[in-house]
Design a protein around this ligand. Structure first.
Ligand code: PMP
Length: 407
């Protein structure tokens, strides 16, 4: 069914090989964060053992080495996202900071009454920064509706665009439901109206190659920890003219050309957006993670992930009283579900007792769960290519057992 060696892949992930409550760990919380391959863990370790120094400012050898590694990682991210230039890549803490950066910096071009268009399927990271901007300057947040299956209603989108629409910001893949959104089409519609686009790629990058030029977006945000890299580091891709035009987000060292007490001139991008000492080892190890990912067989991984999704959908679907939340036609390997008469947290707790890690609750996406009639949240099992069919079976078995115990 799949022509790659899951066992060999799993062997590279130390954290997958442990027992939890006496049972082998079944890690199905990959949408929250993925586990890390040895090579990434080693990259962090090696940096502190051999290369640790601050970047960009030193004339000494270690600083040069750290800077080279840091910039090589930027080039790797450029390559992984197929950006045209490495200076279109800004290191940030993750998607949350990337969107806050845009809301703050791009936000300075906006005035009261200007409209930001998001979808009903967004993570709080792509909702709350727009609330904050609205409170500050009076921009208006408008929401593209989502169908009961959990798909963005593309027919409605063109009608929601007005002369005041300044930005369309949507996610590539929904973390709550797994829906893969038609971002190419959304970006095309936006371009036809001369409106820039911001894609939240937190859940896009871990499930297949990303090509920002083919997508046709202006901004694309990623989080390292969702794509086998370290926590607390990510990147914002921005099409080149934007980084020249937009004002800086944070001020401090490393982002300036000259400073006096009266005035400051800024370094060219991307440095202009990278004030202060960054997460150097994280940035470097993110490059390692993406280079490792790029060397895998993407067709085989995608086939394996769809087969896992199909198996989970089938086996869980046979459980009486279980209802899937979100059944988009195009989905990442994520199943979100509720079981009649049982609180999701209770299922999650009983699954953990059997070594199975899932997420329960609202998945930082309260509005869409509310729309779909789920007040207590869902149980979410999110797969990665290192998961196995045995783990799918263990999940279905454990959900049945939890259901029996709780009803
Ligand atoms: N958007 C989506 C779709 C996500 O899944 C997440 C993480 N759950 C975020 C944004 C925020 O990412 P981070 O916490 O890494 O900043």
């Amino acid at each position: 069914r799949h022509d790659f060696d899951v066992a060999a892949l799993r062997a590279q992930f130390p954290a997958l090989h442990q027992t939890i409550n006496g049972k082998p760990l079944v890690y199905l919380d990959n949408a929250a964060t993925t586990q890390k391959p040895e090579i990434v863990i080693e990259a962090v370790n090696r940096f502190y053992r051999h290369d640790n120094a601050n970047i960009h400012r030193g004339v000494h050898t270690l600083s040069g080495r750290a800077t080279d590694l840091y910039e090589a990682s930027r080039a790797q991210i450029q390559s992984s996202l197929n950006a045209a230039h490495s200076d279109e890549i800004v290191f940030v803490r993750g998607v949350t900071e990337a969107i806050n950066l845009i809301a703050s910096s791009f936000g300075q071009r906006l005035v009261a009454g200007d409209e930001i268009l998001i979808s009903a399927l967004e993570h709080h990271a792509n909702i709350v920064p727009w609330h904050l901007l609205g409170t500050r300057i009076g921009t208006v947040l408008k929401v593209i509706p989502v169908t009961p299956a959990g798909e963005i209603d593309l027919d409605v989108l063109p009608r929601m665009i007005t002369a005041r629409t300044r930005l369309i910001a949507v996610n590539h893949v929904s973390n709550a439901l797994g829906t893969i959104n038609p971002i190419k089409k959304i970006c095309r519609i936006a371009r036809e109206h001369g409106i820039p686009t911001l894609i939240d790629g937190a859940q896009g990058l871990p499930h297949g190659p990303v090509d920002v030029q083919a997508i046709g977006c202006d901004f694309y945000a990623i989080s390292g920890h969702k794509a086998f890299g370290p926590s607390g580091v990510g990147a914002l891709y921005a099409r080149r003219p934007w980084l020249d035009e937009l004002p800086p987000y944070h001020g401090g060292g490393d982002m300036i050309e000259t400073v006096t007490f009266d005035a400051v001139t800024f370094a060219p991008p991307p440095a202009k957006f990278e004030a202060g000492t960054p997460n150097i080892e994280g940035a470097i190890a993110l490059g390692t993670a993406l280079s490792w990912l790029a060397d895998l067989d993407h067709v085989a991984l995608a086939e394996h992930e769809s087969a896992l999704l199909a198996a989970a959908t089938q086996q869980l679907g046979e459980i009486p009283g279980l209802r899937f939340v979100g059944q988009a036609r195009d989905k990442a390997p994520v199943v979100s579900f509720v079981v009649d008469g049982v609180h999701p947290h209770d299922i999650g707790t009983l699954l953990d007792a059997q070594g199975i890690a899932v997420r329960t609750g609202h998945h930082c996406a309260m509005p869409i769960l509310k729309q779909l009639g789920v007040s207590t949240g869902t149980v979410r099992a999110s797969f990665s290519f290192y998961n196995t069919f045995d783990e799918v079976e263990a999940l279905a078995r454990a959900v049945r057992r939890a259901q029996t115990m709780l009803t």
